[in-house]
Design a binder for this molecule. Structure first.
Ligand code: SD4
Length: 353
């Protein structure tokens, strides 16, 4: 005769196992380079049974360290107007822990520093010299290689041509963020971001990417969101906070992203061209806006994913009328990465997958 308490324990173990079996680990990431990130996330989540935190960190590091293309992320990103690399990164997990480093100099993998801030620091956000000090005291090495020769060359050319970034508010190709959301087999979400930000930005400029609620947000019960694009506008909307709040209200990830993007179009007009004199420009952020570039991805704890962007035929970005999202979902133990991977294109109408 089995003791009732033993019975309960067996039942509990059975229920835990079967509920964790139902969860299909999943990873999504922004833009075409997101594939590199997602591939690493898949490896971490499946082969080494890592957590969503491990997966987000390792996935983003792949893009930070990759110099094959001119991503505006980590090594090979582009510096500020003084020619100095100032990198932003952040992480937030299902327990609503958050860590960010802003304008970090001389560190190849800012996302790993952001993780240490999230996990070990009494503060949530460290900036500039203080962030570097924290990184070094946590074992990170300073490395001048964060500014590559080709990035330096591009900056020198830009400086020689005397372009004023401050008025170049709608730069179509001047920034990128790698944003990654992962769900692990325990149903835990984590989100992270990393970017060198607006190319040739004013020294000390911080984008939305490392700012909680703007470039990223995560709530273990309702979902996570990550944004990319025109950071000045994303932070005016607190876009990722809006998207997760919409999921809390019961909207699906796709609907939440679509409504979040609609909110972007409701931003009121900015007077001036951004050069500080309060004159000129006059930019109307309505659906008619010709160039607003924003993309957002969301995932809920069931692994449903949605995405939307401001892009369409009338407002393409790098020649495409939609925002590419790299997505991997573990649908079977035997399928290869490529069989489980897809690029999804998200436009104004939003998409769910
Ligand atoms: C920023 N939002 O620094 C970032 C850049 C980006 O696609 O995501 N660009 O404003």
């Amino acid at each position: 005769m089995v003791h009732p308490i033993t019975c309960c324990i067996y039942l509990f173990i059975l229920v835990s196992i079967s509920s964790s079996l139902e969860i299909q680990p999943c990873a999504v990431a922004t833009w075409n380079f997101g594939k590199i990130a997602v591939q690493k996330c898949a490896e971490v989540l499946i082969q080494s049974g890592g957590s969503s935190i491990d997966a987000v960190e390792r996935g983003i590091r792949e893009v930070e360290l990759d110099t094959r293309d001119q991503y505006y992320v980590g090594v090979g990103g582009l510096p500020n107007s003084d020619g100095v690399m100032e990198l932003d990164a952040a992480m937030m997990d299902h327990r609503l822990r958050y860590g960010a480093v802003l304008a970090l100099q001389g560190i190849l993998t800012p996302i790993s520093v952001a993780r240490t801030v999230m996990e070990k620091c009494v503060h949530n956000v460290l900036v500039g010299e203080g962030a570097l000090k924290w990184a070094i005291s946590n074992g990170f090495k300073q490395d001048s290689g964060v500014l590559t020769e080709s990035s330096k060359k591009e900056w020198l050319q830009w400086r020689a041509s005397n372009i004023e970034t401050s008025v170049d508010i709608l730069h179509p190709n001047g920034h990128d963020t790698v944003g990654v959301i992962c769900l692990d087999c325990h149903g835990n979400l984590c989100v992270g971001t990393s970017t060198s930000g607006w190319k040739f930005k004013h020294p000390g400029r911080i984008g939305d990417a490392p700012l909680i609620g703007s470039g990223l947000y995560c709530h273990g019960q309702y979902g996570a969101a990550v944004a990319t694009g025109d950071g000045e506008e994303i932070m005016r909307t607190c876009l990722c906070s809006v998207v997760v709040e919409l999921m809390r209200q019961g909207f699906s990830p796709g609907e939440a992203c679509r409504l979040g993007i609609q909110r972007m179009f409701e931003l009121p007009q900015i007077n001036g061209d951004g050069n500080g004199d309060g004159e000129g420009g006059g930019i109307e952020y309505t659906k008619m806006h010709p160039k607003l570039t924003v993309g957002v991805i969301a995932m809920d704890p069931r692994g449903r994913v949605g995405a939307a962007s401001t892009l369409d035929e009338s407002n393409p970005h790098r020649g495409k009328p939609s925002f590419p999202v790299a997505c991997w979902r573990c649908t079977s133990d035997t399928a290869s990465f490529d069989e489980q991977f897809q690029f999804v294109d998200a436009s104004i109408d939003g998409i769910e997958f």
